[in-house]
Design a protein around this ligand. Structure first.
Ligand code: F0G
Length: 341
């Protein structure tokens, strides 16, 4: 048998990406994530598949875009990279910068970045700067700072990020042999929904899939500028990854929804946490922002996608967990606790 190892999204989908022989490939062999069948679809009469992006190297879909953005930065001989982030972009940027041997600066909101994400940046040696502002302001700052500091901006306003993130749509089509009927996706800064839609269209144009999905963007109710039709000054939600009031790819999201005949909807924090809980009870542990897409699907009664690992945001679960006091280390005590004896 021919040895076969997943090569990462650049080598698997090189013909769709802006790579030449002169572009170094900075990769952690991201992508190749599974589509998992969920039991939650049955009660609403759906076949519900979740694209489990948590199995990416840093635990979220951001790695798909980061491999392309950091490879291009290395090709351009960048001095370093910089981004603003609610956490996952930061964790991914730090890992790929380390892989490339480039300095990395992460500008994060002083409150609201989950610990599971922050530790990744620290471990990979990034410079972390917390600012007394929410994500939207942090993004404004890095957009200004990047050219002044001679650093490459690796937020999703960098088109290379979106190019890489398209590969998730390719993988779904390859796995199903066609595009799904509906794709539901959490929306924060709106880069991912924009990238997916571009991916589905590009794959169809290349003759690799025959149809297009309906795109459903799900926001958290307290941070739902696209649903409300205007920016939100003080976005609030338990789903810190999508606590964003002024999405940079606003137009991209609206185009995806309009062209695909899809919709935008908001899920409450209660609905998001309930969906996180239900998914975890079938072994699919995701962070709240990811669960927002499932909350939206359940609300709407339709297939879809999860974006970040549950381990990213342990506080959310911990806050709800009442761990009982330790027991003696004996079989009897364990049997008793489990009511088996
Ligand atoms: N899901 C997760 C787990 C995320 O981390 C994000 C965004 C989204 C969904 C929404 O994607 O912004 O492209 O609409 N996280 C960004 C960050 C903002 O800084 O990590 P989007």
């Amino acid at each position: 048998m021919q040895p076969r190892m997943w090569r990462g999204v650049v080598e698997e989908y090189r013909e769709f990406l802006p790579f030449t022989d002169a572009t170094p490939v900075i990769t952690l062999r991201e992508g190749g994530t599974p589509l998992l069948e969920s039991r939650l679809g049955a009660p609403v009469g759906l076949r519900l598949l979740v694209k489990y992006e948590a199995t990416n190297p840093t635990g979220s879909f951001k790695d798909r875009g980061m491999t392309v953005a950091v490879s291009k930065a290395a090709e351009a001989r960048a001095r370093g990279i910089i981004c603003a982030s609610t956490g996952n972009t930061a964790a991914s940027a730090a890992a790929y910068a380390a892989r490339a041997g480039l300095p990395c600066a992460l500008i994060i909101p002083a409150s609201g970045v989950a610990l599971g994400k922050l530790v990744q940046g620290i471990a990979c040696g990034a410079t972390i700067i917390a600012v007394q502002a929410a994500f939207d302001r942090a993004l404004d700052l890095v957009r200004e700072a990047a050219p002044l500091l001679g650093l490459t901006l690796v937020n999703s306003v960098n088109p290379h990020r979106l190019a890489g993130q398209k590969t998730a749509a390719f993988e779904i089509c390859d796995a199903l042999g066609r595009a799904p009927q509906t794709l539901a996706i959490p929306v924060g800064n709106a880069g991912n929904i924009t990238a997916y839609w571009a991916g589905f269209k590009e794959y169809r144009a290349a003759g690799r899939s025959k149809s297009l999905p309906r795109m459903v963007g799900v926001q958290a109710e307290g941070a739902a500028p696209l649903v409300q039709g205007h920016p939100v000054d003080e976005p609030r939600t338990v789903a810190s990854a999508i606590r964003i009031g002024r999405p940079a790819s606003w137009d991209g999201a609206m185009t995806a929804v309009r062209e695909s005949g899809g919709t935008l909807l908001a899920a409450t924090d209660e609905e998001i946490l309930a969906a996180q809980d239900q998914l975890a009870r079938e072994g699919i542990f995701v962070e709240p922002a990811s669960a927002a897409s499932v909350a939206g699907v359940l609300k709407m009664g339709r297939a879809h996608q999860l974006t970040g690992h549950g381990l990213k945001d342990p506080e959310v679960i911990q806050a709800r967990a009442n761990l009982p006091a330790p027991i003696p280390a004996t079989l009897e005590a364990i049997s008793e606790r489990l009511s088996l004896g």
